[in-house]
Design a binder for this molecule. Structure first.
Ligand SMILES: [Zn+2]
Length: 257
């Protein structure tokens, strides 16, 4: 498939800018700080960051990862997230063209990345990502998104109910909170983007991935499981390959071939 290079450049630049905004969300939402005030400053010397030092990826490279004024190092996370979202938007344009599905995937992918990083760093999932994402998912379904409105509504309900049951069961078995409310709200959001079958696939993939990667790690040292990270990966896989996996599974169950 050929993609207009101007359009591709536009998608990547848009992704870089959204990635830059996502950085602000990741930095501030876990602490309930406003996204618009105050303006971004250097955490070391408190100098406001001028627009020319705030250009996604390029400013970080130009300043060699240091503050212009006090030369304190600036985290690699900023340019990495900007580059990742830029690449994601470019790849989605290749995969889906200029479609509603590409726009849905872009929003969904950005939300999942935000959730994965805040959960990995702070063991929490801001409501702005989960509940805000749920509103976005429902609106997209009304506008002709991937699942229709009823499917999105059912997906959100199943996502919420399934994780709620798992959380209560976990509490009962382990006598402590094994899964937070953030995961429950997150799966309602995921359901609005991938429907109820997608929710089941996401939870299955997330649990499989989580046990593969995390159980060996947590045997050495008891620690919290940022389950949202694995659910986010499962949800992304489901969005892209879910229909194919579910069709294969139905065929498999049917016993044909
Ligand atoms: Zn500084």
């Amino acid at each position: 498939m050929t993609v207009d290079p101007v359009l591709l450049a536009g998608a990547v630049v848009l992704g870089l800018c959204i990635g830059s905004f996502l950085n602000v969300c990741i930095l501030r939402l876990p602490f309930d700080r406003s996204l618009t005030r105050p303006r971004s400053t250097c955490p070391s010397c408190k100098q406001p960051i001028a627009w020319r030092d705030n250009i996604p990826v390029f400013s970080w490279l130009w300043l060699r990862g240091k503050c212009r004024w006090c030369h304190a190092p600036i985290s690699r996370q900023y340019p990495l997230i900007e580059a990742l979202v830029g690449l994601l938007f470019g790849a989605l344009l290749f995969a889906y063209g200029v479609t509603f599905q590409a726009a849905s995937a872009a929003l969904f992918g950005t939300l999942l990345l935000g959730i994965a990083i805040t959960d990995a760093r702070h063991y929490l999932i801001p409501d702005e990502f989960s509940l805000g994402g749920l509103v976005i998912g429902m609106l997209l379904s009304l506008g002709g998104g991937v699942p229709g409105f009823l499917e999105a509504l059912l997906g959100a309900a199943v996502g919420f109910a399934l994780l709620w049951v798992v959380a209560r069961a976990g509490e009962w078995v382990f006598k402590e909170e094994a899964m937070g409310g953030g995961d429950i709200k997150m799966m309602a959001m995921v359901g609005s983007f991938v429907g109820w079958r997608g929710v089941l696939l996401t939870v299955f993939a997330g649990a499989a991935l989580g046990s593969l990667i995390f159980i060996p790690l947590s045997l050495k040292k008891k620690r919290l499981v940022p389950f949202g990270v694995f659910l986010a990966v499962g949800a992304a896989v489901t969005f892209v390959f879910g229909d194919a996996i579910i069709a294969w599974y139905a065929h498999f169950l049917g016993g044909e071939g």
